[in-house]
Ligand binder design. Sequence first.
Ligand code: CA
Length: 646
Amino acid sequence: MSIKTTFAGLALMCLTITTYAQSIQSPDGKVTATLEMAEGGKPCYKVSYEGTEVLNASPLGVNTNIGDFTQGLELKEVKENKVSQSYDLRNIKQSHVDYEANEAVASYTQRGNVVMDIIFRVSNRDVAFCYKIYPRRDNRVCVVESEASGFSLPQGTTSFLCPQSKPMGGFARTSPSYETSYNCDEPVGKNGWGEGYSFPCLFKTVQGQWVLISETGTDGNYVGCRLLNMQDGNYRIGFPQQGEMNGAGSTSAAIALPGQTPWRTITVGPLANIVETTVPFDLVEQKYKASQEYIYGKGSWSWIIGMDNSCNYDEQKRYIDFSAAMGYQSVLIDAFWDRQIGYDRIAELARYGKEKGVGLFLWYNSNGSWNDAPQTPIGKMNNSRIRREEMKWMHDNGIRGIKVDFFGGDKQPMMQLYEDILADANDYGLLVIFHGCTLPRGWERMYPNYAASEAVLASENLHFGQGACDAEAHNACIHAFIRNTVGSMDFGGSTLNKRYSADNQHGTTRRTSDVYALATAVLFQSAVQHFALAPNNLTDAPAWAIDFMKTVPTTWDEVKFIDGYPGKYVIMARRSAGKWYVVGINAEQQTLKKTITLPMFEKGSTLQVYSDDPQLQGSVKAVKQNKKQQLTVTIPCNGGLVITSK
Ligand code: CA
């Protein structure tokens, strides 16, 4: 077979005659990946959805210090396999997954030696590929300097992306920490702030197909990657920036051979595919067994309203009482607890919490030597011996988990630190939340005690500035389609205070409604949630809101996308056991009015509907569903919607 493919972009040149083409289809036939060989022995691939090309010919291959495996390759053989797996995970969007894919393993030789396989997996929503590099003569290790892995989007595609920060910038030189704003529906061709974009990256083609590009399976054996724009719609995998970790360490990945790289994932089709995909978890394996059954659930957290000063003994005791009153499982004690409370009195609080059924999460600084973040405890998580001593103390005092903050980027030693913290924490029965951190890449399945990561402009920004409050609904309407679809997101939201201060009279003003707070408790997925509720909400918030927040689940069995558009509005549903929660939020000036079909509820059943009036005053009503199982709903700007069965 001989196909002529041409496209722009000198740096990505994959043009001229292909000598070979092989298609791999998804089990349902909708997704097709086509593997080709361009002139010069350059492997490349294309992706189509229902016959429409969503990725044009895009390059493949890796450049290593034992050889350049992006060109001069010959295809030796392609082996095709069917992959069929089932797995259960309580801490992702869907508790049971049946994964079916068609796999092609293409083996390449260079000057007669087998050097590399490119492994493709095509499932009903996703294409994924990775590289397996083989030893050469006496070389049993190699350094991957760069990847050719490209993503060439068709002309006219628009992008929904957040720029990767330059290193050693922002608060206490802690960037990049995946805390930048998205630009929605922007033409392709820019390269962020010069350093590309953080994963995951969402695109929309002219034909209205969506493409979500990300990666999964990254651990201490590789680097965390980003997406660089080369020209027009041509993107390529980028490695970390030299300046990360204060310039220490290399940007490349050192691997033992034979060695497999993380997976590059491409989710395609309608927005339902983007929201419902499980590809980050389908492609990875558990790396160790859980040392115990971990307790997920809800908690409270004084810092978001009271900031550093609230990390004192009395206030934390008050929050333990508050969590107990809400029926919550935990309290998160943020930075400076070591100075402002001390280890002995933390142990006292842990005992007090235990009596009330409330476990403690403790904050730690990840440093180390990678940035200037001054918050304490510091110097406890970056060294194995000290970390394990600290974790033993936590285990002996019944601490539930840790929140580790201010990581140093995506170089390989930093990815190893994430993995080491997780593995050690599992030995001591601790759940782990990361903040100021990279994107989790399949970690819910790889590490059974992994709870969640920030890697988003989270609720702290609502306290820090009015601009974030004003844009709160807009940003929330993005996360369901991008950040949160690939991994648990520790946002720390669902505020019921009107103002971000302990007296509820000062500070930034919340623009969103109480029903919005309830809706985002379901919309934002993480098996462990520390909500931004405050003890005063027991008396100053509507009883229906508090009652809902007492019972809302944090683990889910199923997710269904209903309607929405990134940055504008979203309506989706999650199921926990036999109960569905349909939730919606709207960021558009105009009130959203939609007739939605809700087959998940029994015909003619009475539903509990939480909604807002035009002044954002919320209420809850019993509404009978019509025979067509349809309901007309309205959501004002900054308002919310929640529908559950009675
Ligand atoms: Ca942060």
